[in-house]
Design a protein around this ligand. Structure first.
Ligand code: SF4
Length: 311
């Protein structure tokens, strides 16, 4: 056996990758195709945020209607017939009504954790409370919340709290998008509570997001962190952010092995590998296997991604 001269120590951070909401959404999509072999099937936006999954769905003749900058309502103009699947991030009720009015058969692949957040906001408004929602601009989960509850006050960062203008004599509920950073949200909530100490907090970061972030925080001696996931996946972005906040000196986000640049690594480094909740295990395992076996001085060729193995 030839010993590697310039290898890396690879730590497979667990848990990582697919969450229950993504597994459920992909099961719904495949089942819909199995039960409707000849139907035109479209997905409004990406079913989950991963380009490779979108490409793999083409094998099943399932179209993803996703044009950057367009809202779900605008995307609906591009679907005229057949079955419409709604994504795991949740979709506004108005969109469902519009789709049904067009004669589309609507199948909702929303994650139960997102449904639960909508229920909490719904109840708060019913009880006459003011609602503060912490989320990301242009993220489909936040878009759906604001469409269903236009009176919710959106906060995207700590500095937004300055412009919050709530009635201090009325009850306030603070809640949030499910995939935010468990560290960043604490800072934002603390700032809101300084301004409105009587506000009630219902932190809705989902279990999958939380445990994947905590798994990084629990790593104490990594030289580098590789986060595999789509550039548009918020929970993937948050894993990288958590790595930086934990002083890991080199944190890199890659979509797949194709983006891996070996020049950035130094021999002997301890490198953690994690991935977003919407990243196929196949893509993450490919990166992990390659880095475990590579000699940085004589790297071997990267493997080719086989789309038929993505879902
Ligand atoms: S990240 Fe959380 S909220 Fe989003 S689909 Fe997965 S389990 Fe559901």
């Amino acid at each position: 056996m030839i010993k590697k001269k310039a290898g890396l120590e690879i730590i497979d951070i667990k848990p990582r990758g697919y969450c229950k909401g993504v597994v459920q959404a992909l099961r719904i999509v495949k089942q819909t195709r199995d039960e409707n072999p000849e139907a035109e099937i479209s997905i409004l936006g990406k079913i989950v945020h991963n380009r490779y999954i979108t490409e793999a769905l083409n094998y099943y003749r399932i179209k993803t209607i996703d044009i950057p900058g367009l809202t779900r309502e605008e995307l609906l103009d591009y679907v005229d017939y057949g079955i419409l699947i709604l994504s795991a991030h949740g979709t506004g009720k108005k969109i469902v009504e519009m789709a049904e009015a067009k004669g589309l058969t609507v199948i909702d692949a929303v994650c139960n954790d997102v449904v639960s957040t909508h229920g909490i906001i719904d109840q708060a408004f019913t009880q006459g409370k003011q609602v503060v929602f912490i989320g990301k601009h242009n993220h489909p989960e936040t878009e759906a919340v604001l469409q269903n509850y236009p009176l919710a006050n959106l906060i995207t960062q700590e500095s937004d709290v300055n412009s919050l203008n709530l009635d201090s004599d009325q009850d306030i509920l603070i809640t949030n998008q499910t995939t935010l950073s468990i560290i960043e949200i604490q800072n934002i909530i603390r700032t809101i509570l300084i301004k409105y100490p009587h506000a009630e907090v219902n932190n809705e970061i989902c279990g999958a997001t939380r445990v994947r972030q905590e798994a990084i925080i629990n790593q104490t001696s990594l030289d580098a962190l590789v986060v595999v996931g789509d550039p548009n996946s918020n929970n993937t972005a948050m894993l990288a952010q958590i790595g930086l906040e934990n002083n890991i000196k080199y944190v890199v986000r890659i979509e797949s092995i194709e983006d891996l640049v070996l020049d950035d690594f130094k021999a002997g480094w301890r490198v953690g590998i994690t991935s977003g909740a919407s990243t196929p295990t196949y893509l993450t395992d490919m990166v992990s296997h390659y880095l475990k076996n590579v000699d940085l001085e004589k790297p071997y060729e990267k493997p080719i991604i086989d789309l038929s193995k993505i879902i």
